[in-house]
Design a protein around this ligand. Structure first.
Ligand code: ATP
Length: 458
């Protein structure tokens, strides 16, 4: 039987949230395209994040830095030297795997570490047990060549995280925006990693989007800010509808942390993968003064803060909440997906699929449905839709029976359906139906916008 995750993936494709990239050429496991609804959903997540963490806080500002930075940035940040994964090959089927992923999956499944190391771990592809080559280090950086010849001089990297664009602009922002730690810089944008094992839908792709915050604090305040950020991140997901029972915190042990981290808490989500159900949703790391310190050393520019009041100069510590935008979108979809029952016109019940997305995230906020295709109702519906369009993303749907149209809107998470019927001409009112309760209410035409505005925040 298909798992809940399979259902979400099928729905995402059918309704135009996510399409396989280059599908007519066979697609690729590592890239996906965002369709009309997916684009809206992703944009809504981004907007909520920006409002909460950048515009909504007095201690934050935004930035949009380049994807291709000078090569020296990645040498100084440690990525050229250490952004590598240990890769092993199954001697039987020649599939390649990240050694750490094999071990993690084993631990998740069995609840214990493999005592004999990899020798105990079956190949996820062919099932052969423990026959792997020695691990080889494999760079996760995506390379590109600038200029007319593909030479070492032209070699550049696409950013594997948006963070470094923030660090190298630290002084620019401090001076231009007149900021003083504690303060943070937020950025949303694409990142690229040469992942060995992309997959699980949009969970792990080679091209993805991140929403990152680098929060600069006096060193002695770093611990306190770290704890506050873990809470703020957790609460952001819960406020936008994620069931906290599907989230957990994971305190990453020292040997599994990134090279820059002095402490990391991952927020994990129950994606429902086969084998290991849980996956990292986002991470909060204490990057200490590692990055600003490395850039100071490598560039000769003092990436420090000079406090005029105390006359003190210091290198701030950095707390980094790092969200995956596309990975968050997957979590919101999985969490919203529900199947329940709805009464049908024959007095029975139908199974229905509902995306119980928070209205702030729903790609379509309102569907205007003329009860029939009659010449009278359609223009009326279109008129109403065009009035509402100034405020929300609105769809008009006039094909097929009304019940089926409700089902379609439920499936894409539309919070409200507004039905224009034969009474409308007489009572100047429409029926508004709410997605989750299916409750219907008669609302005067001139009050529809106000009625919806009260119920659709943000
Ligand atoms: P993983 O262990 O899953 O590879 P990571 O620990 O390398 O992830 P970070 O470097 O902490 O990930 O990146 C921060 C966030 O960026 C992740 O929590 C995730 O939401 C997102 N992210 C990282 N890599 C990918 C990817 N390949 N595809 C989609 N999102 C990603």
């Amino acid at each position: 039987a298909p798992s809940a995750l399979d259902n979400v993936i099928a729905l995402a494709k059918k309704r135009g949230f996510v399409f396989p990239a280059g599908e007519i050429y066979g697609g690729t496991r590592s890239a996906w395209d965002y369709g009309p609804l997916g684009t809206e959903l992703k944009e809504n997540i981004r907007r909520q994040w920006w409002r909460t963490f950048v515009q909504g806080r007095e201690d934050m500002v935004g930035l949009d830095s380049s994807i291709i930075l000078p090569k020296k940035v990645w040498e100084a940040s440690g990525h050229v030297a250490t952004f590598t994964d240990p890769l092993v090959e199954c001697k039987s089927c020649h599939s390649r795997h990240r050694e750490d992923h094999l071990i993690e999956e084993f631990e998740e499944k069995k609840g214990r570490a493999p005592e004999g190391g990899l020798a105990e771990v079956p190949c996820p592809k062919c099932g052969t047990r423990g026959e792997y080559t020695e691990p080889q280090q494999f760079s996760g950086l995506m390379k590109t060549y600038l200029g007319p010849v593909d030479s070492e001089a032209g070699l550049h990297y696409l950013r594997p995280e948006t963070a470094q664009g923030i660090f190298v602009n630290f002084l620019n922002v401090v001076n231009a925006a007149r900021r003083k730690p504690p303060f943070g810089i937020g950025q949303v944008g694409k990142a690229f990693r040469n992942e060995i094992t992309p997959g699980n839908f949009i969970f792990r792709t080679r091209e993805f989007e991140q929403m990152e915050i680098e929060f600069f604090t006096p060193p002695e305040e770093a611990g306190e800010w770290f704890d506050r950020w873990v809470e703020d991140c957790w609460n952001w997901f819960v406020d936008l509808g994620i069931d906290p029972a599907n989230m957990r915190r994971f305190d990453v042990p020292e040997d599994k942390r990134a090279h820059y981290s002095d402490g990391t808490i991952d927020i994990e989500y129950r994606f429902g993968f086969q084998g290991s159900e849980w996956g990292e949703l986002m991470g909060i790391a204490n990057r200490t003064d590692f990055d600003l310190g490395s850039h100071t050393e490598a560039s000769g520019t003092k990436m420090q803060y000079f406090d005029q009041a105390s006359g003190e100069r210091y290198t701030p510590y950095v707390i980094e909440p790092s969200f995956g935008l596309t990975r968050s979108m997957m979590a919101f979809l999985v969490d919203a997906y529900t199947e329940d029952e709805a009464p049908n016109t024959k007095g029975g019940v139908d199974r229905r699929t509902v995306l119980r997305l928070d209205p702030r995230l729903a790609p379509v906020k309102v569907a205007v449905l003329p009860l029939s295709k009659s010449e009278d109702l359609v223009p009326r519906a279109q008129q109403l839709a065009s009035e509402l369009r100034g405020m929300w993303n609105v769809e008009v749907d006039s094909s097929q029976a009304i019940g089926r149209r409700y089902r379609r809107q439920d499936e894409i998470g539309t919070p409200f359906c507004v039905t224009v019927d034969f009474e409308t001409a007489e009572d100047q009112a429409v029926t508004v139906r709410e997605r989750d309760t299916m409750a219907q209410e008669r609302v005067a035409l001139d009050q529809v916008a106000g009625y919806l505005a009260e119920r659709l925040r943000g």
